[in-house]
Structure formats: C-alpha cells, structure tokens
Design a binder for this molecule. Structure first.
Ligand code: ADP
Ligand code: MG
Length: 380
C-alpha cells in the first residue's frame, strides 16, 4: 500500500516520496482520509508512529484545494504544541512537505523564550501557525495575529495541552477561534473517554485508536537496575562505556539535576549537555540540534523534552531518575524505538521506588528482570 490511494495532490505525493515515506503508517492510513473529509478526529497511536504527517499531509492537501486569499495576519491552520522544540520540529515537517507546491503555503513556528518582534513581523502572510499557547496569546494581545479565520485546529500531544498546566491559556485561545472549524487531537497517551474541554472541542469526532501489536512494543527493549542514589553516576558512566553508547538521552527529574549529571559526565570525558526549562532558548535549540546530528554523545533532559521530539534511530534512553507519572515514562522511553527502529531504554530504580516502578510497568503491560547493581563491579 502506498500514499497514492489517498488522492493527494501529485506534488504533495512527490514530497512524501522525497521524505523517504513509502508506506503510510497505520495512523496515517486511517487518519488522512478522515481529515481530508473535514471531520473532527481523535487520533491515538504510539510514540514514533508518524502522527505528525497524518495531519500535515491532509492539511496541506486541503489548503492546495482552497483559494488562499489575500496576505493577512489570519492563519487558516493553528497547531498547538506544548514545547518550543516540538513547535520547531512540527514546522519542519510542514516545510519539508510544502516544497515546490503549485501554491506557496507558508508555515511558521511561534514560541516564547526568544524576542517577540521578529515573530510579529513574520506572521504576516502565514497560512499555518504552529504555536505554544503563551506566546500565541501574547501575539494575539498585541494584534500581531488574528485567530478569527482559523479553519483547522490541531492539538499535538493533546492530553498535555488539555492538562491543568495549559488550561486557562487553552480556554482563552479557543474562545478566539471561530465556532465552525475542524478539530484534530493527537497523542500517544490519550484516553477515548472525553470529558470537560475535550468534549467541547470536538464535534461528532471520528475516533482512531491504533492498538499496539506485540512486536511493536518489543521494538523498545526495557531493562532496569536497582541502584542507590550515590552510585547512579558511576553506573551511568560504566554503562555508557561498557556498551559503547554513542547517542544517549538521559532523563532526570529536575533541571538542577540535569546540569549536575551533564557536568559530571563531561568531567569524566563523556561529552554531555543539559536541556531543560531554565536554559536559554538558543542553548536549548543548539544542544538538541547537536545531539540529533550525532555530534553530542549525551543529552541530559527533563521531561520537557519527553513529548513528541523525534530523534532518528536514537538507540538509548536512560532514566537516571524515575518520572512521577507512568505517562511521562511512556513518552520518555518512546524517544527510542521510533519508526520501526529498535531501541533500549534503561531505568535506574532505588529500592524505595520499587513499588512505584512496578505500577509504571503494569500500566505499560511490560515486565522487566531487574539487575542488582550492588553485585556489579565498577569503579565508584
Ligand atoms: P509521532 O508523532 O507519532 O511520535 P512522528 O510524526 O514524530 O511520530 O514520526 C516519527 C518518525 O517517523 C519521523 O522521523 C518521521 O519522519 C518518520 N515517518 C513518519 N511517517 C513515515 C512513513 N510513512 N514512513 C517512514 N517513516 C515515517
Ligand atoms: Mg508527535
């Protein structure tokens, strides 16, 4: 089966091929026709399963079919995402797939942490806006953007977007949108039971839930080590060296910890950089770019980066500290084993966390044989 069956515009199909997409992923197969029809959609599929193109392709196709109208500050498509890095990444997918189309379709990312003026200027003439909620509202308040002509709304990582943390901003944004519009919600961890704001958002939606096949789940190999807090650093260095890991994403539970772990690794001859919310935007983007390009051995991150970020064939994820919520665990380990490549996710667990880890694994329907690091021989 190929992308031909969707009746996409030929130039869009050519771009799809140029991206190396040969066969649509299951979520793409099911979502693309629904979005083309203009229906509301709730799309649930695991991390790394190609959810982005499942809305980008039909949205571009719709825009190609419609007259684009005069240049304005009124985007027709609004995509909301939880982080700046994800805004940049989703925008790249839109741009890659809009090369050389018969009409020029313009997409742009707006997010906080960088100066607002260039964004205010550049919004003029943009068709597709990919935004984090806070900056979008700032831009709206200063009349740089008018959301009253948005025809399609996408929430990527929808459960996160509808979470308490974004609630007020989301409500405010939704009130600025026209009542009649197409809504699309995507996530790997979204439940079909809609409540509250989700209900208001979707009208008679098509629900697509791609259940994981057993082999899919196994693309991410999970392993775990019992280790005391004091021995986590030495164990981390031991594993990186012993398994000759060249590209490792390490998760900690705070920015301060991420800084410490990265500094310690670097001091021990393993190049590492931290990435978290307290870092400047330029430091965040450059660390992520270096890491994606394979020019940085270890990236030490907080859950900030656990959502949506696509690192091609990332082989290793290490949970230096356990996340509080099982959802975050799913998103963290889902940075590896993407687009049918294999990955290994290693988790450090202190004795006190044994029960919490069991709860997480139970939610994931996985089982791990734990290794006791006390019995391992490595330098402290
Ligand atoms: P998700 O949002 O579901 O976590 P992404 O949209 O980020 O996943 O896609 C994960 C990776 O799969 C990306 O690198 C993307 O380029 C790749 N990809 C998407 N669709 C296809 C396809 N049909 N064939 C091959 N690779 C694909
Ligand atoms: Mg995604």
């Amino acid at each position: 089966m190929s992308f031909v069956k969707f009746n996409l515009h030929p130039s869009l199909l050519a771009n799809t091929t140029a991206q190396g997409y040969e066969t649509p992923t299951p979520i793409q197969s099911q979502a693309i026709p629904v979005v083309i029809e203009g229906r509301d959609l709730l799309g649930i599929a695991k991390t790394g399963s190609g959810k982005t193109a499942s809305f980008v392709l039909p949205i571009l196709n719709q825009l190609l079919a419609r007259p684009l109208g005069e240049k304005s500050r009124q985007p027709k498509v609004l995509v909301l995402v939880p982080t700046r890095e994800l805004a940049v990444q989703v925008t790249e997918v839109f741009k890659d797939l809009s090369i050389n189309l018969p009409k020029s379709i313009k997409s742009m990312a707006v997010y906080g942490g960088v100066s607002i003026n260039p964004q205010m200027k550049s919004i003029y003439g943009i068709d597709i806006l990919i935004a984090t909620p806070g900056r979008l509202l700032d831009l709206q308040r200063s009349s740089a953007v008018d959301l009253s002509k948005v025809k399609s709304l996408v929430l990527d990582e929808a459960d996160k977007m509808l979470n308490l943390g974004f609630k007020e901003e989301m409500q405010e944004i939704i009130e600025l949108l026209p009542k009649k519009r197409q809504n699309m919600l995507f996530s790997a961890t979204l439940s079909e039971q809609l409540s509250g704001i989700n209900r208001l958002l979707l009208s008679d939606p098509t629900v697509i839930e791609i259940k994981e096949k057993v082999d899919d789940v196994e693309l991410i190999n999970l392993s775990g080590y019992f280790v005391s807090d004091g021995r986590k650093g030495p164990l981390l260095r031991h594993l990186i060296r012993e398994q000759n890991m060249q590209q490792v994403l390490v998760f900690t539970s705070s920015g301060i910890k991420a800084d410490k772990v990265a500094a310690k690794l670097t001091k021990n001859g393993i190049p590492a950089l931290p990435i978290h919310g307290k870092k400047s935007q330029s430091a965040r983007l450059s660390a992520l770019e270096k890491f994606k390009a394979g020019k940085l051995q270890v990236l030490v991150a907080t859950d900030l980066i656990s959502r949506g970020i696509d690192i091609s064939e990332l082989p290793y994820v290490i949970n230096y500290e356990l996340p509080r919520s099982p959802k975050d665990f799913v998103h963290r380990v889902g940075r590896t084993g993407r687009a049918s490549s294999e990955g290994l996710a290693i988790t450090f667990v202190t004795r006190e966390e044994t029960h919490h880890f069991k709860v997480i694994l139970k939610k994931m329907k996985r089982y791990i044989d734990m290794v006791d690091s006390e019995e391992m021989d490595f330098k402290p």
